[in-house]
Design a protein around this ligand. Structure first.
Ligand code: BV8
Ligand code: ZN
Length: 250
């Protein structure tokens, strides 16, 4: 799609060019163009697996082998993919805008691999392991689901991921909430905005007066609140939005 295809409002261009305090919330959709399946989309991970079976502490304790098979499958998939134009555009924006903060629900490390710094990870990171008992970080990378290693304290090794029913890392969610409450511009990108407390962040920002932008080919629960909606893939919309802001003549 050529540059003029994406209509960017003067308000959004002005907010980007005046280096406004900007928060970007991303979900699985921003990694879709890298080939990482989303959760709830037609190719979604949940279609093939039952989340109750896999992304919960009780599921892990009941069947650690099955849960590790799922995470090892996702790790192998993520190792083979690359950040896409959406991740790359955000990394460029982060370099130019002094007050841009990325908050991600994703566990795939693709923002960091695209060069983003200071990414707030709400749901952990699939590249990391920890002890199920004492939460000590465990360096072991490859886990054999048939022979799950134990921590020195005797606890089993688990992915360092926030499962359903588990609290988010306190510092991560509190920082994300504070940043959202003082944002002037908030992007919600590639998320169905169904998982809490992350899904509250766009609402917190909007209530605090932020200009709310959504980038998602499909409507979501927050589309009605958005000030500007790009019903496009993030890998197409983001580079063009940024191009309009930086390339825009006075
Ligand atoms: C907790 C890790 C409490 C696992 C995940 C109210 C308040 C607080 C909690 C709750 C609440 N109501 C319900 C709850 C419980 C629950 C919850 O929210 N359930 C939902 C289903 C209703 N929340 C929790 O359990 C959280 N914990 O609250 O604990 C607590 C407090 C103290 C003490 C004890 C307990 C934990 C939530 C985290 C769960 N872990 N993942 C793993 O990854 O294996 S959630 C999982 O969903 C992923 O992390 C994912 O990031 C997240 C959200 O999904 P999305 O990223 O939005 O992905 P999805 O597929 O849904 O959507 C993709 C979108 O992209 C689509 O809209 C699609 O159209 C779009 N798209 C597609 N292609 C593109 C695109 N967009 C742009 N470009 C494209 N190319
Ligand atoms: Zn331990």
């Amino acid at each position: 799609m050529n540059i003029s295809a994406v209509q960017v409002s003067k308000s959004l261009i002005e907010l980007l060019r005046s280096d406004s305090k900007t928060v970007v919330l991303t979900g699985a959709g921003i990694s879709a163009e890298s080939g990482v399946p989303t959760f709830r989309g037609k190719d979604g991970l949940w279609n093939k697996f039952d989340p109750r079976e896999l992304a919960t502490f009780s599921a892990f304790m009941a069947n650690p082998k099955l849960v590790w098979e799922w995470y090892q499958f996702r790790r192998d998939l993520i190792d083979k993919v690359m950040p896409n134009q959406g991740h790359i555009a955000l990394a460029e924006m982060e370099k130019s805008l002094k007050q841009l903060r990325i908050v991600t629900q994703n566990v795939d490390n693709l923002h960091q691999r695209a060069g983003s710094r200071g990414v707030i990870e709400l749901h952990g990171n699939i590249a990391r392991n920890k002890c199920v008992n004492c939460s000590a970080p465990i360096a072991e990378r490859e886990i054999d689901p048939d022979n799950i290693p134990l921590c020195e304290c005797g606890g089993k090794i688990r992915p360092d991921i926030v499962w359903f029913g588990e609290p988010l890392p306190v510092e991560a969610i509190e920082t994300a909430q504070q940043e959202s409450a003082s944002a002037e511009l908030f992007f919600s990108i590639g998320t169905s905005a169904e998982v809490y407390p992350a899904a509250d962040l766009p609402r917190i920002a909007k209530r605090a007066g932020a200009y709310l932008v959504e980038i998602n080919p499909d409507p979501t629960a927050i589309t009605p609140y958005a000030d500007e909606v790009f019903a496009l893939p993030a890998g197409e919309a983001l580079p063009q939005i940024w191009q309009c802001a930086v390339g825009h003549s006075n």
